[in-house]
Write a protein of this length. Structure first.
Length: 284
């Protein structure tokens, strides 16, 4: 049973422990079904239960759980390439702040004057002069798109808002949501509105394709830290429209998942003993 499978089961146990318990009880009733089969069924239900509701506005989504070698788009099929040794681990994109980033082969964020929303969940290890979480475009046909920070962690969002009086901390997980419509922009941190603007700029539809962790030029201005979620919408949304992140595992949920793993391993060992031939057993 793979560690990826068990992580998926654990996430379901954390989010919906009552359903998980009922499922195992049902499939293991009167020992008609092995624990391994019950866990397999639990895994199938997990994938279904944890899937986000379909949204026509959600055009790209990255949770960094599907692959450790490719940045997989779970909605739009626009996968990204890890550059200069960037890695995916512990459910997040890991970036060193020196030269690592992700390169895409298209523009993920709607361009021109089209509305959009970009949500990112991330951690910052440190800040340099400028550091970018996401960027695209350039300056040849409008304003470039980027969301990142200045020295000290002050947020900047596109050339229109290059030095906001809003900062983010290091060493803490932060969820940022930036929304754009002509004459109305908004920035949320961890669900709270921290800035609103009335810009009327248009986004450059040409130049550099989308990047995570670096600026559109260079590349340069690399992000030092991790990014665990990226969602891009083709309309303006609010924090209430975002998927609710999984809570930290409770001791009960961890115990439940641990017991399930132990039971599966013991059942597997019993199954192997059942098929052994007497001649396979060494006599002392």
């Amino acid at each position: 049973m793979t560690s990826r499978f068990m992580r998926t089961v654990l996430r379901f146990c954390v989010q919906q422990p009552d359903r998980a318990k009922r499922l195992l009880a049902e499939y293991g009733k009167e020992r008609k079904t092995s624990v391994r089969s019950a866990l397999s069924a639990l895994g199938v239900l997990t994938m279904t239960a944890m899937a986000q509701p379909a949204s026509a506005a959600l055009i790209h989504s990255y949770d960094f759980l599907t692959s450790t070698t490719t940045v997989v788009d779970g909605v739009g099929g626009a996968n990204g390439t890890l550059m200069n040794g960037a890695t995916i681990g512990e459910g997040a994109l890991q970036l060193n702040g020196s030269n690592q980033y992700v390169q895409f082969s298209s523009y993920l964020v709607p361009t021109g004057s089209s509305p959009y929303s970009v949500a990112l969940t991330f951690d910052a290890a440190s800040f340099g002069g400028f550091n970018e979480l996401i960027s695209q475009g350039g300056k040849s046909n409008g304003s470039p798109f980027y969301i990142g920070t200045r020295s000290g962690g002050a947020i900047r969002a596109t050339d229109e808002y290059q030095s906001l009086s809003v900062t983010i901390p290091t060493g803490q997980t932060t969820t940022l949501l930036y929304t754009f419509a002509e004459g109305a922009q908004a920035l949320y941190l961890n669900g709270a509105l921290v800035f609103s603007g009335t810009g009327t700029y248009t986004m450059d539809p040409a130049d550099t394709f989308t990047r995570l962790g670096a600026q559109f030029e260079g590349p340069s201005e690399f992000w030092n830290g991790s990014i665990s979620s990226v969602q891009i919408y083709s309309t303006v949304i609010t924090p209430a429209d975002l998927a609710t992140p999984a809570p930290e595992p409770t001791s009960g949920a961890l115990l439940f998942a641990g017991l399930a793993c132990l039971a599966a391993r013991r059942h597997s060992a019993r199954d192997r003993l059942k098929v052994m031939h007497p001649s396979d057993i060494a006599h002392g």
